[in-house]
Design a protein around this ligand. Structure first.
Ligand SMILES: Nc1ncnc2c1ncn2[C@@H]1O[C@H](COP(=O)(O)OP(=O)(O)O)[C@@H](O)[C@H]1O
Ligand SMILES: [Mg+2]
Length: 339
């Protein structure tokens, strides 16, 4: 194309230019590329409009210039623009919350665990992370008016990614029996899908499989990753491997965030703490994984042990919630208010 010709065509696009409504309408995306993108979780114009050039180029096996055009076309088709706070507030009213089983804990979260977002629970061994995760697998299946996300008889699905081998269906049964007036214990068990992750690669595949095979077909409302970092930490030891670990973890967390958005579901990740040897005052523990995890989770909750079965939850750097604490109790029937 000569520069002259280019100048001549720089007019507003003609009316009969095809309208872009799906990713296959984008320039430069043929059926093969479209398949690759969908498999990687990029099935909507929104997902293409917000991806980085590098990431899309790697997935689609395309050059940077082509990729830039594709992203710009997706952004133009979506008519991305600002929105008033009033309409954001209206939209947020539709966001659902899942009860934790404890009213005090729900209040700490402003009503429960939010969908479309990642909530991180971090704390020491036996601080209650896995128990909270089990409890949410049950409460998400309650009808909406009881604090769950079930519509009528359609039980929501839960994807439980278990990297430590600590998932116990017996605990699900005990926790579900507490609510047996409002749910069917058998159905609860049938709708929790357990995936055992034996290493970090396996764990990443389970999240990708959730996006590819389950979100498009099933009413998945909760995904648990318990624990997020354990494998990464065990596999990448020694000084030189830290950068490689963070890079891989970053990619994994990115996929988890995308799953939360695409599925408009709640995502719970658990995380260990490590002690900060140079800190003498305050609580000398902090979550593993550094800034990568901190930036991904919309809400971070620090769990710590108190007397007996009591546990203390503290909200840490939330965009919305004040830094405050709630006391809950881990009992045989599940999570309840502490005294
Ligand atoms: N069946 C049960 N009845 C009462 N409490 C239990 C039961 N199972 C586990 N717990 C409580 O949960 C704690 C373990 O919490 P868990 O969620 O596994 O910790 P972590 O933070 O390491 O994941 C135990 O110390 C115990 O207090
Ligand atoms: Mg655990």
């Amino acid at each position: 194309m000569t520069p002259k010709k280019k100048a001549e065509t720089s007019e507003p696009p003609s009316k009969d230019e095809p309208k872009i409504t799906s990713i296959t309408d984008l320039p430069g995306i043929g059926p093969t590329t479209a398949n690759k993108l969908v498999e990687a979780g990029f099935s909507t114009l929104e997902s293409i409009a917000t991806v980085s050039v590098g990431e899309l180029a790697a997935i689609g096996g395309m050059g940077e210039r082509t990729v830039k055009k594709i992203i710009e076309a997706a952004q133009a088709a979506l008519d991305i623009d600002f929105e008033t706070a009033k309409s954001v507030l209206e939209r947020r009213k539709d966001l659902a919350k899942i009860t934790t089983g404890s009213q005090k804990l729900d209040m700490l979260f402003g009503g429960g665990i939010e969908t479309g977002a990642v909530t991180e629970f971090y704390g020491e061994y036996r601080s209650g992370k896995t128990q909270v995760a089990h409890q949410l697998c049950v409460t998400v299946q309650l009808p909406r008016e009881k604090g769950g996300l079930r519509d009528g008889d359609e039980y929501p699905k839960v994807m439980y990614i278990d990297s430590e081998g600590t998932f116990r269906p017996e605990r699900i049964v005990s926790m579900a029996e507490r609510f047996k007036e409002d749910l069917d214990v058998e159905k609860v068990l049938e709708n929790i899908l357990h995936g055992r992750a034996h290493n970090s690669d396996h764990q990443m595949v389970l999240v990708e499989k959730t996006i590819k095979d389950y979100l498009p077909k099933e009413p998945v409302k909760l995904m648990v990753v318990d624990s997020l970092i354990a494998h990464f930490r065990a596999e990448f030891t020694g000084r030189g491997t830290l950068a490689a670990r963070q890079q891989k973890l970053n990619q994994h967390i990115h996929t988890i965030l995308r799953a939360a958005e695409i599925g408009n579901m709640a995502v719970i990740v658990t995380n260990q703490v490590q002690s900060k040897p140079d800190q003498f005052f305050g609580d000398p523990t902090y979550p593993v994984g550094g800034n990568i995890v901190a930036h991904a989770a919309q809400t971070r909750v620090y769990l710590r042990k108190s007397k007996g079965d009591l546990r203390i939850a503290r909200i840490v750097d939330s965009p919305l919630l004040p830094e405050s604490e709630a006391v809950f109790s881990v009992t045989s029937e599940g999570i309840i208010d502490g005294n």
